[in-house]
Design a binder for this molecule. Structure first.
Ligand SMILES: [Zn+2]
Length: 235
């Protein structure tokens, strides 16, 4: 799309934020729930904020759209995606298929360094919880899953996990029940313990339960008038 621009020589081009940097800034803002589903991402405003050309912003938005994180509406522009309930269910179905495979591969390729990386991440998550830093907790919970996929060493799986985690973040934002949590406090720890013991079966089982806990904490009823009145009034 704007391949020419990327190659443009000169100091201005070097000072300018790269597509990767801008992508990362938007990615983190979504992960931290600072950027809400449905927010308009105006090309001109973003170009202004990041001090880059609109062409570069368009490139970032196209990449986010390709990953289903941004929706491009003809004549109207780009918006942070608002996954439907059906899409939300699809995301969890995909995660239930992929994440046990990620853990199997992780166990098969496990090194002490990988265990250390995962434990360090969980420590940081626990720190953020203790500080009550909700944004960091949400972001790091998602990143735990992406990190596991990266360490498993399959770049396609890692890429897919990254997208699914970002979509999950949007879904949690949209369908969060008042009591919902993204990832429960100690479950990542338990998953790592099983991985460290090379107990594939237990690691997979814990991951599936973990995903069930996230999905069931959301309000993903289909809004077809079949509200669970029992749950609403007997709570
Ligand atoms: Zn988790």
């Amino acid at each position: 799309m704007s391949g020419n621009e990327r190659k443009a020589p000169g100091s201005r081009a070097e000072r300018e934020k790269s597509v990767d940097e801008i992508y990362e800034r938007i990615y983190v803002a979504i992960l931290e729930h600072r950027l809400h589903p449905g927010t308009k991402l105006g090309e001109e405003r973003l170009a202004d904020i990041f001090g880059v050309s609109r062409a570069r912003v368009r490139e970032v938005l196209a990449r986010l759209a390709h990953e289903q994180i941004v929706e491009l509406v003809p004549q109207r522009g780009a918006y942070v995606a608002k996954p439907t309930i059906e899409q939300a269910r699809d995301v969890f179905e995909a995660r239930r298929l992929i994440e046990p495979a990620v853990l199997r591969r992780l166990v098969d390729t496990l090194t002490p360094e990988k265990v250390t990386r995962l434990r360090q991440h969980v420590e940081l998550e626990a720190d953020a919880r203790r500080r009550g830093d909700k944004r960091a907790v949400i972001r790091m919970s998602g990143e735990f899953h992406t990190l596991a996929a990266e360490l498993a060493g399959n770049s396609s799986l890692a890429r897919t996990m990254r997208e699914l985690c970002m979509l999950t973040c949007l879904i949690i934002f949209l369908y969060d029940a008042p009591t919902a949590q993204s990832c429960r406090d100690d479950e990542h720890q338990m998953i790592i313990d099983a991985v460290a013991k090379r107990d594939r079966g237990r690691a997979e089982k814990l991951m599936l339960e973990h995903l069930d806990h996230i999905e069931s904490s959301l309000s993903l009823d289909d809004g077809n008038g079949e509200a669970d009145l029992e749950a609403i009034f007997r709570a």
